[in-house]
Write a protein that binds this ligand. Structure first.
Ligand code: BTN
Length: 182
């Protein structure tokens, strides 16, 4: 179960995700999925909160989406969003804290920040963008090669967001060590 201060931290990160959603999305050619800043919040959630509290953040955020609140950058809402063009990427957002948190635990307490950064990049950029492409093929019948090529457009931005998340996380963890994954 979560302690009271965990609930406050989870609420804070849900608010961060919502706030990042106010940064206007950037449409891209070839693919009906925009470049957004909201996944920077997902990366920060994963690296700072790990699997349990991180999943609670993404779960609560998606509950708001399912309930119809326009909290996503695209301002789309409702359960159908998860079956739309962004469905695979959003699935990746759920998977990110679970996979990152689990792998980070395996790395142990003495892992370097660059190791954690690579791990976060693999999970929060590479796997998320791959799942996005996979769903465009399975759900929207886009040829896999086209979907994968189109998804590659997100990799440079998502890599920069990963670097930024690591830098911000380093500073936040130094300032608030009690935030460390519980
Ligand atoms: C939405 O607002 O409807 C969700 C958009 C999902 C965008 C994905 S997240 C991973 C990849 N990186 C981006 O900048 N955009 C896509």
């Amino acid at each position: 179960m979560f302690k009271r201060h965990d609930a406050a931290i989870i609420a804070l990160f849900v608010a961060l995700l919502i706030a990042l959603g106010f940064i206007p999305p950037l449409p891209v050619p070839f693919i009906p999925v925009p470049i957004v800043m909201q996944n920077l919040g997902v990366l920060l959630t994963a690296i700072l909160l790990g699997s349990k509290r991180g999943s609670a953040v993404i779960g609560l955020f998606f509950l708001l989406v399912i309930l119809g609140l326009p909290v996503l950058s695209s301002r789309t809402a409702g359960p159908a969003v998860f079956l739309g063009a962004s469905g695979g990427f959003l699935t990746g957002w759920v998977v990110t804290p679970v996979l990152y948190g689990t792998a980070d635990r395996l790395l142990g307490n003495h892992a370097h920040w660059w190791q954690r950064g690579i791990l976060l990049w693999l999970v929060g950029a590479v796997i998320v963008d791959f799942l996005g492409a996979l769903w465009l093929t399975v759900g929207l019948h886009m040829p896999f090669a086209s979907a994968l090529t189109a998804s590659l457009i997100f990799i440079p931005g998502d890599s920069l967001k990963t670097g930024l998340a690591v830098l911000v996380a380093q500073r936040i963890q130094a300032a608030v060590p009690q935030l460390k994954q519980g």
